[in-house]
Design a protein around this ligand. Structure first.
Ligand SMILES: O=C(CO)[C@H](O)[C@H](O)COP(=O)(O)O
Length: 302
């Protein structure tokens, strides 16, 4: 299938390669000319001009937007005048589900289908097999399902139902992610404060082999400690992008008791004031799976 891919950042560039591995035709857009040149070198078409992107697509067009949620509205404002009835927009930023519902309703008035797609698996997933949660019109979903089937891991995609359900699922997924990472970080903080002389990389490795808590996050923990045995180079500052806060706000609205997610979010805020070892572990994990910036001891963002 032909896909117009908007956004060649950490996730989008890898998704472009994943799509091409599965014989899909990628026409990519990014403002960064180097990223466009790089994806063209791999076999995609590419442009830094949105009008050119849309003009190169056959109708009904499929546009896959892979940009941070903060810039989704401005991308939509730019492309909407260029689209026609029947076109399909897949919005794969980590958007708030209520914004996705509003965008879906607005797009519907112009006959453009809008699907909200949460993507998990980080940069590695986007490249070699992601996990997707998608919401929106079932008819539009039926058209684009092969794209998700091909670029996901086996059993790694779910059509969640009406508009907003994809981003709602991704929001809750990220809330769970906060709690799991906080627990891993806290466990290693106990080890670090004890009198025992543990090799944290080896501890993470043994826990990855047969234990109840073996997981991709624990594998990333092992990887992080293999690079820096005590994470001495990192500040334990835990930034956040909003999904944990939205999960907690939603839980409060629904009167769902979510103390683990709440505390993990609050500890992230706390870490902005005081360095902790938990913070180092969570910061390292965010860097491992999402390429998110970490603060080094000399306070420089990398
Ligand atoms: O969706 C993701 C992973 O599943 C992103 O990496 C997200 O940015 C993680 O959330 P936060 O930045 O708040 O830690």
């Amino acid at each position: 299938m032909q896909v117009g891919l908007i956004g060649l950042g950490k996730m989008g560039f890898n998704l472009a390669q994943n799509l091409m591995d599965h014989k899909h035709e990628v026409v990519a857009f990014d403002l960064n000319a180097d990223a466009v040149a790089n994806v063209k070198a791999l076999g995609a078409k590419g442009t830094t001009n949105l009008k050119e992107l849309v003009a190169q697509l056959s109708s009904p067009r499929i546009l896959w937007i892979m940009v941070p949620h903060q810039v989704v509205d401005s991308v939509l404002a730019d492309i909407q005048p260029l689209l026609s009835k029947g076109d399909i927009v897949i919005e794969a930023g980590n958007s708030h589900y209520k914004e996705s519902i509003a965008r879906y309703e607005q797009m519907k008035t112009t006959g453009v289908h809008y699907l909200d797609a949460g993507t998990s698996g980080g940069m590695e997933g986007a490249r070699h097999g992601a996990c997707y949660m998608v919401g929106g019109d079932p008819e539009a979903w039926a058209v684009v399902e092969p794209l998700f089937r091909d670029t996901a891991v086996e059993n790694g995609y779910l059509y969640g139902g009406k508009a907003g359900s994809g981003h709602f699922l991704k929001m809750v997924h990220n809330g769970i992610e906060y709690g799991m990472m906080a627990a891993i970080g806290e466990g290693f903080e106990v080890l670090e404060k004890s009198d025992f002389e543990f090799d944290f990389e080896k501890v993470a490795r043994v826990w990855n082999n047969g234990s109840v808590i073996r997981s991709w996050l624990m594998e990333l923990t092992e990887r992080a400690f293999s690079k820096d045995a005590k994470l001495d180079e990192l500040m334990g500052t835990m930034h956040s992008s909003g999904e944990g806060k939205w999960t907690l706000e939603t839980a409060l609205d629904l009167q769902a008791a979510t103390p683990v997610i709440a505390m993990s979010l609050l500890m992230r805020y706390r870490s902005l004031e005081t360095d902790t070892f938990t913070g180092k572990v969570v910061a390292a994990l965010r860097n491992e799976f999402g390429g998110h910036a970490v603060e080094k001891k000399s306070p420089v963002l990398v």
